[in-house]
Unconditional design. Sequence first.
Length: 156
Amino acid sequence: MLGMGPVLVAEPASAQQQGGTGGMQAGGTAYYTFARPGQNTIEVLVLGGGRSGIYEIGENINLGKLMALAGGGGGSGNAKVTVSLFRLDGGERTRVLRERLNALAERPQYPALQEGDLVRIEVRQREPFGWRDVLRITTAVTSLTFTVLRIFDIGQ
């Protein structure tokens, strides 16, 4: 006689279609598809910048086109955007490119992408030195000066 234990029934995993960009949301990770039907594709992981996620792209998509599809870096005019390309080599990720977005945009030819590549987009905001910064420094120096004068009884 066979014993019957509890049977668990689970629904199949599903993804939600996002806007018209060919994107899907699955378990908090965005999955974007940019390829024609029947076209050979590769998967590339994009971290940081505009739209992080897994990108299934046509084999002919290079780094420049991927950056355009991924939102270009997502920085404002004062941002410093750095793009790094990592490739699997012997089971380890090796950085094959690290370049500022401005320099990358001026290249005559962009690097080709391969299956499993990782593109990291680092955005650093540069805040301009403004009048508020000057006011904070002036206030701190004035306060420190008065404290020193009071401690050493200078001027009395």
